[in-house]
Design a protein around this ligand. Structure first.
Ligand code: CDV
Length: 315
């Protein structure tokens, strides 16, 4: 049997004036707790090093540079990598990245980084579905300017061989889209790591507010079940700078069942020992893609619509 003992390290609010070393100290406490509880891997949420800064409008994007990491690890985050190697535990970290390419073009990205038990980086994922709006909208009680602060990733959803299994990553709004899981499912994913910051007030349609917790679990449990994979959904919850955000961090089995759930809205570690071979209970039966997914059917629909089918679906 192949097992990953995974820790989902929910964070409570991070204040605007909380320094990186203060936040990293919180992450290190959760990491040590995870190591004590036998975890192979500890998963932190989206933008785990700062407050959720896209809630504020600014006129000049460079005024936000201090929210982004220009190197990883950098001086403030190196202790996470050192401690991981010392304890022999991997981690997954969400943060904002500021970089410049060879042509001198600046990039601002919402990143999830997977680091191995040796403290070495395994993979980097750039959030694909960037929600919210590009420009300040004064009617909102608070802004959700992710589309101003981040560019979308165009590499899709990869799967990496790590921790003895097949690991994928997604960030927050990505979890609401079925193709997120299916793209990884078609690559044999066995554990999907997802971090989120989800305000409980959804300004464009407040009738959805009361359903925030339901929708959160609905999409991740469906994604797990329909693709025969574990899903680890990790929140930054609680009231951060006046904005109340969903907690309810969960670890979900390929059956779609929740096997561990946070009970607070603050810093809290939940742990589950995941038998990766349990994925086959679903991927060898109901969701045996090779037997039942009927690529010819999708090919036919694509042809009718003049759409190029994804690689691997063509006959
Ligand atoms: N950080 C996010 O991506 N939040 C979105 C909100 C805006 C709906 C989410 O899907 O949870």
């Amino acid at each position: 049997m192949r097992h990953i003992t995974v820790g989902a390290a929910q964070l409570g609010p991070i204040a605007r004036d909380e320094s990186r070393p203060e936040v990293v100290a919180r992450l290190l406490a959760l990491m040590r707790d995870a190591a004590d509880r036998g975890c192979d891997l500890v998963v932190f949420p989206e933008l785990a090093l700062t407050t959720f800064f896209p809630r504020w409008a600014i006129d000049n994007i460079t005024d936000a540079d201090h929210w982004y990491e220009t190197e990883m690890p950098g001086p403030d985050t190196q202790p996470l990598f050192n401690e991981a190697a010392l304890l022999g535990i991997g981690f997954c970290l969400g943060y904002a990245e500021l970089s410049e390419d060879d042509a001198g073009v600046t990039h601002r990205r919402n990143i999830y980084l997977l680091v191995g038990k040796d403290g070495e980086t395994i993979a980097k994922f750039n959030k694909v579905h960037i929600p919210g709006h590009e420009e300040s909208e004064s009617w909102r009680p608070f802004q959700h300017l992710e589309r101003y602060y981040f560019e979308a990733g165009d590499d899709g959803f990869g799967v990496w061989r790590a921790f003895g299994g097949n690991i994928g990553m997604a960030i927050c709004n990505d979890r609401r889209w079925p193709e997120t899981y299916r793209e990884m499912g078609l690559q044999g994913v066995e554990m999907v790591l997802i971090g989120y910051n989800t305000p409980l007030h959804y300004a464009p349609d407040p009738t959805q507010n009361a359903l925030a917790g339901f929708h959160n679990h609905l999409v991740m449990q469906s994604g797990a079940y329909q693709n025969g994979t574990f899903v680890v959904g990790v929140a930054k919850g609680g009231i951060e700078e006046g904005v109340d955000s969903l907690a309810q961090t969960v670890i979900i089995a390929p059956s779609g069942q929740i096997i561990a759930q946070a009970i607070t809205t603050g810093d809290e570690l939940i742990v589950a020992r995941c038998d990766l071979d349990f994925c086959k209970t679903y991927t060898d039966t109901l969701f045996d893609f090779e037997h039942y997914r009927m690529p010819e059917h999708y090919q036919r629909i694509s042809n009718q619509r003049g759409v190029t089918p994804p690689e691997g679906d063509a006959e």
